[in-house]
Design a binder for this molecule. Structure first.
Ligand code: FRU
Length: 492
């Protein structure tokens, strides 16, 4: 693989020289240049948090997949690492697809991934040939491929994205499959030595008849429940749901080794934004369940993909808990507050009807905390205009009292895909944390009860943040704007 990796590093160096940084993230993980999608192999190994990701180092479009790599001692400052894996053997000839990592008793990093081939050797027209593979590393940097550990039954088109964990002294592996009758399923395999894997059962089948594949499944405990997350392919849009070409959701249930997974809830979106896909979780050494997802686009290209030499970024790391109503709660990890470089506390703010107020100018990365007192407000919409540029472009983030939703409206963002996305917010309480990076926004509603994450590509010029009301006034008991610094150890 050494030769392929050296070539890939050269490819990314060349692209890096052309990278335009107007939308390049300051506090979200992204590749130096080129394309990225799913987070892979998330773990804490050798005293560092390791994040691998699907990566095409030769262009800002999807292509033969490599595993890119960054690492961090503290989840705040990140170091670029060499590309970890490239297509190099027969079974991953056309791509080292998504997968996960576990640390062995011998203190090696075991990564399980999908080796991908096009059946016709060129494209998807005649389908895929996908198998689950193992690679082993002593340092998390260089990997030795060990070949296939799970073969694909004859004729199955989609068979990928292993997520592996250990419970007691057994290994468990789930991945997504398209059944012979074209339905999306999660398959479970088990192993006593992490090398020989045996089919256990079809753990889950999505009830939606249009859903033909469940990409990137994950199954993890929260309290006394288990959460199954996955990305259904084929879901049809319904009202505010499944509006993206690629959607991610979850089901909460019970599970224990040797048992069925028994759902207690219906499928629900994890995030309501335009760009949230392929989430993967892992357990931090202190016991927290953390999750990372890809913000990108397979359909309409991201604006940066067309002109700027890079495409795709991760969300921030989110800490997960389960609410009393079995709702997945996701908040930015506590470490994120260390990125704050300057803070302006506006205290209590009273806004008149149809008023606009500038909160911050020349902003590239910021966090806004805003509570809205609905009982003391009559506004139909109240919120923030972020990425406001001198030519009048802006993205709106706020609360809509007619729909009782928190929205991100990209109608007038500047570049890239438009569209409106909104999360339910009918509790009578509106408390938002809004993370604004150069090319994205993540909104956390009511302490993580809902989230809305979308890429946004601002127009040219300095960007400001405004507060606004529409058709009524607003009482805002808390309003704080923090500027945020960079996560990168060096500027590369
Ligand atoms: C999801 C996905 C995975 C696959 C990978 C390929 O985004 O399609 O199913 O392993 O991306 O890059």
């Amino acid at each position: 693989m050494d030769q392929q990796l050296a070539r890939a590093e050269q490819g990314v160096r060349e692209l890096r020289a052309t990278r335009n940084d107007r939308w390049y993230p300051k506090f979200h993980i992204a590749a130096r240049a080129g394309w990225i999608n799913d987070p892979n192999g998330l773990c804490h190994f050798n005293d560092r948090y390791q994040v691998y990701f699907q990566h095409h180092p030769y262009s800002s479009d999807w292509g033969p997949m490599h595993w890119g790599h960054v690492s961090s001692a503290d989840l705040v400052t990140w170091r670029r690492e060499p590309i970890a894996m490239a297509p190099s053997v027969a079974e991953d000839r056309d791509g080292v697809f998504s997968g996960s990592a576990v640390v062995s008793d011998e203190h090696e990093l075991l990564v399980y991934f999908t080796g991908h081939r096009w059946r016709n050797g060129v494209d998807e027209d005649d389908g895929n040939l996908q198998v689950q593979c193992l690679a082993v590393s002593k340092d998390g940097i260089t990997f030795e491929k060990q070949g296939t550990v799970v073969e694909c039954p004859d004729g199955l088109m989609h068979f990928r994205d292993p997520k592996v964990w250990r419970t007691g002294d057994r290994g468990y592996m789930i991945f997504g499959a398209c059944s012979p009758d074209n339905r999306g399923e999660v398959w479970l395999y088990t192993s006593d030595d992490m090398r020989d894997w045996t089919f256990d059962r079809v753990l889950y089948r999505d009830p939606d008849p249009h859903t033909f594949m469940l990409e990137c499944p994950d199954l993890f405990p929260l309290g006394d429940k288990w959460v199954l997350t996955y990305c259904p392919m084929g879901r049809r849009p319904k009202k505010y749901r499944a509006r993206n070409r690629h959607n991610a959701g979850y089901v909460v249930g019970t599970w224990s080794p040797g048992e069925e997974f028994r759902p207690l809830t219906e499928y629900r979106p994890i995030d309501w934004g335009a760009n949230y896909y392929a989430p993967q979780s892992f357990q931090a050494p202190d016991g927290r369940r953390l999750m990372l997802a890809w913000m990108g686009s397979f359909g309409i290209p991201a604006a940066s993909q067309l002109t700027d030499g890079w495409s795709g970024q991760m969300t921030v790391h989110r800490e997960l808990t389960l609410g009393d109503d079995n709702r997945l709660i996701a908040v930015p990890i506590a470490e994120l507050t260390q990125l704050r470089t300057a803070t302006h506390d506006f205290g209590l703010v009273a806004m008149g009807p149809n008023e606009t107020r500038t909160l911050a100018e020349n902003v590239d990365a910021a966090e806004v905390e805003i509570d809205i007192d609905l009982a003391g407000s009559t506004a139909e919409r109240v919120g923030l205009a972020i990425n406001k540029t001198p030519d009048g472009h802006e993205t709106l983030v706020g609360y809509d009292d007619l729909a009782r939703r928190v929205f991100v409206d990209r109608r007038n963002s500047g570049h890239g895909n438009r569209g409106y996305r909104a999360a339910p917010c009918s509790s009578g309480r509106v408390k938002l944390r809004v993370l604004v990076d150069r090319g994205s926004v993540e909104v956390f509603v009511n302490d993580g009860a809902e989230t809305v994450s979308s890429l946004i590509f601002a127009a040219d010029g300095p960007r400001s943040i405004e507060l606004y009301t529409e058709c009524g006034d607003a009482t805002i008991p808390r309003l704080v704007v923090h500027r945020l610094g960079s996560i990168w150890e060096d500027a590369r």
